[in-house]
Write a protein that binds this ligand. Structure first.
Ligand SMILES: Nc1ncnc2c1ncn2[C@@H]1O[C@H](COP(=O)(O)OP(=O)(O)OP(=O)(O)O)[C@@H](O)[C@H]1O
Length: 343
């Protein structure tokens, strides 16, 4: 049985209609008008134990709303969420014992309390046995380096320190599942890498299932084997990262250093090669790797030029996701890698 089951999940918010202009605004203060915003629209999927899933999409797509329903903070308008066999919003305490959650924008820790005291309170709340607490604290300290700031009040921590403390608190009780809502937002590259390493380790060592929302595509590339993309509340893509790369990462770039300036030829253009930036004798060529092989291009060039160096670059994940978002905006239809999940 899947660890997480979501069927036709829907969440509507009732919100006050916004009015532009002074008089319409004044009128709306007296006669309030409301509209329904569908944040999540009939989403269905399942997640198995031990998966690391990237749940991504543009701003306002419905990611946090879905996560909040899985955590049990929000009650769905309709549909089913079952986590570990429990309906989260009906079994909030039992569900909370089995999950951990980090919301990058908001700390779960006690604001005025030193980190170590906050962690001891977490131990008390979850009734974590001493030996497990000590073992986890040692392990987490090794990767997250908590000693550096454990006596500092949470309110005085830097963003990166706060995130490390939040991650530790979310995982102290050995949850089966951890929900990470933008865990690397605003962090420098070193802290990001440390947090990714930590997530990888808890997934590998303990088989913890990880559901991650992020706008940083390096998080997806470095952590997730499966990607789900939501847009306007709908699940538009659900598949593994490799399939996504194959479907949307077909444009390849080659950079060639030649002794003499390179002139783009009609023949190359006809082969489907586009001519990019040139820096002195360095030339960038772009082509669809499904239509033409890089060896054909390099052979063509070497027959005509003296080549000093060349590299072939795969499309970066950022570009792949950008292309996918553009496709979704233009087509508005799900891109199916797991047909059965996209209803
Ligand atoms: N409590 C609420 N009341 C009214 N509307 C809401 C509420 N929470 C979210 N929304 C609306 O639901 C939609 C989805 O919001 P959500 O926060 O789930 O998006 P998101 O994908 O997490 O976005 P982001 O990447 O910007 O964090 C948005 O249009 C948002 O304005």
């Amino acid at each position: 049985m899947a660890l997480i089951e979501v069927e036709y999940l829907r969440k509507e918010f009732k919100r006050q209609k916004r009015k532009d202009g002074f008089w319409p605004l004044m009128k709306s203060l007296v006669h309030r008008e409301y509209e329904i915003k569908t944040a999540v629209e009939n989403i269905s999927f399942t997640i198995d134990r031990g998966e690391v899933v990237g749940y991504i999409g543009p701003n306002g797509a419905g990611k946090s709303t879905t996560i909040k329903m899985m955590v049990g903070i929000l009650v769905p308008t309709s549909g089913i969420v079952r986590v570990n066999g429990l309906v989260p919003y009906e079994n909030r305490i039992e569900n909370a014992r089995r999950i951990g959650a980090v919301f990058g924008q908001k700390s779960q820790l006690w604001w005025d309390t030193p980190v170590i005291e906050s962690l001891r309170l977490t131990k008390y709340m979850y009734d974590i046995p001493n030996d497990r607490y000590e073992r986890n604290m040692k392990l987490f300290n090794d990767v997250l380096d908590l000693d550096e700031f454990k006596k500092v009040a949470v309110r005085s921590l830097s963003l990166g320190q706060r995130m490390r403390a939040d991650l530790c608190a979310a995982l102290l009780h050995d949850p089966d599942i951890v929900y990470l809502d933008e865990p690397t937002i605003g962090l420098d590259v070193v802290v990001k890498e440390r947090i990714r390493q930590f997530i990888r380790e808890i997934n590998r060592e303990r088989g913890t299932t990880v559901i991650l929302t992020t706008h940083d595509m390096a998080d997806i590339e470095k952590l997730c084997s499966r990607v789900m993309v939501v847009d306007h509340g709908k699940l538009m893509y659900d598949g593994n990262l490799e399939t996504l790369k194959n479907d949307f990462g077909n444009m390849e770039k080659m950079e060639v250093d030649t002794d003499e300036p390179f002139a783009m030829s009609e023949e190359l253009r006809r082969m489907g090669v586009a001519f990019g930036l040139t820096e002195e004798n360095r030339t960038q060529l772009t082509y669809d790797k499904n239509s033409i092989n890089s060896t054909v291009i390099i052979k063509w060039i070497m027959e005509r030029y003296s080549v000093r160096d060349f590299i072939v670059k795969e499309t970066e994940i950022e570009q792949i996701i950008r292309d996918l978002y553009i496709h979704l905006q233009q087509q508005g239809t799900p891109v199916s890698a797991r047909e059965e999940a996209l209803i």
